[in-house]
Design a protein around this ligand. Structure first.
Ligand code: GLN
Length: 281
């Protein structure tokens, strides 16, 4: 019989011996999002874990000791206040990506009908959040990984938007997919790390997140070039990208041949994180 507060203390001691730089936050993440205790339960600490919960927690702690990111260990994370299950084949959704989604919701909230394609959908966090917050939107998501496609489909089902979301296995580098409608928005947070830099990323990222979701070619810009060149959009359609640090200017110049009104948007740390524009007439 173990109380939350005891387990929290022993687990903290264990994790403090590892390279983990946010041990208490990770432990609390497990209590909240894997075992579904409340914040109040954590503060009071007197609830007792049953054997099954204890076993789950022990296994999860072992994973954290190995350095596995807590979102994979707990099975998912929040994005746009919605819960997204993650899998080994999907990137963990990042808070920075919410900027891109919020921007599109704001710009297109009064447009109907609305067709959207998300390229490299991963968990489906961009596609599904757009479907969730734009109730007139029909959303398509493609990903090179069949496991990611399955994860995205499952997430759409759980969040109640699967009737307006379709996911398809597709490698965008092979060409633009044929879709049943003209797209008003094509959005992508593509892999944008230069290939050689992937090995220099934080261990949590490089050892556990899928390389295919990270590596974007020699200069990291392969996907921006290919998508901008091949994209098919409705008249005045919008192409919106998330970009990596210091990539905004180059991505703008990649886009300027086919797009006008190209703008950038900063993330919470002041980095130009989104580049978007309107298809030239
Ligand atoms: N679209 C997903 C996300 O933003 C996955 C992106 C990716 O795998 N590069 O999290």
């Amino acid at each position: 019989m173990v109380k939350i507060k005891e387990l929290r203390k022993t687990a903290l001691k264990v994790l403090e011996q590892t390279k983990n730089d946010s041990p208490l936050a990770d432990i609390d993440y497990l209590f909240l999002h894997m075992l579904h205790f409340s914040r109040e339960d954590l503060i009071l600490g007197d609830k007792i874990l049953d054997n099954q919960q204890l076993q789950l927690f022990d296994n999860a702690l072992t994973e954290l000791q190995r350095g596995v990111p807590v979102q994979y260990v707990a099975g998912g994370c929040e994005f746009m206040s919605l819960w997204f299950a993650t899998s080994k084949s999907t990137l963990v959704p990042r808070a920075d990506t919410e900027i891109l989604v919020e921007l599109l919701i704001e710009k297109f909230k009064n447009k109907s009908p609305l067709n959207i394609l998300d390229i490299g959908t991963g968990t489906g966090c961009i596609a599904i959040s757009l479907a969730y917050f734009l109730p007139d939107a029909k959303v398509f998501g493609i990903d090179i990984s069949p496991e990611a496609v399955k994860t995205a489909k499952d997430n759409a089902k759980v969040l109640g938007v699967s009737d307006r979301c379709s996911f398809l296995e597709w490698n965008i580098l092979k060409g633009f997919p044929t879709l049943p409608a003209e797209m008003d928005i094509v959005v992508s947070n593509p892999p944008y790390i230069p290939d050689a830099d992937v090995l220099t990323l934080d261990e949590k990222v490089k050892d556990f997140e899928p390389v295919s979701a990270l590596a974007g070619g020699t200069d990291g810009l392969d996907f921006y070039r290919k998508i901008t060149e091949d994209v098919k959009l409705a008249k005045n359609g919008c192409l919106a990208f998330e970009v990596g640090i210091n990539q905004a200017e180059t991505v703008m110049s990649i886009m300027k041949n086919r797009f006008s009104e190209i703008k950038t948007e900063k993330d919470l740390s002041g980095v130009d994180r989104v580049v978007w524009g309107t298809l030239k007439g």
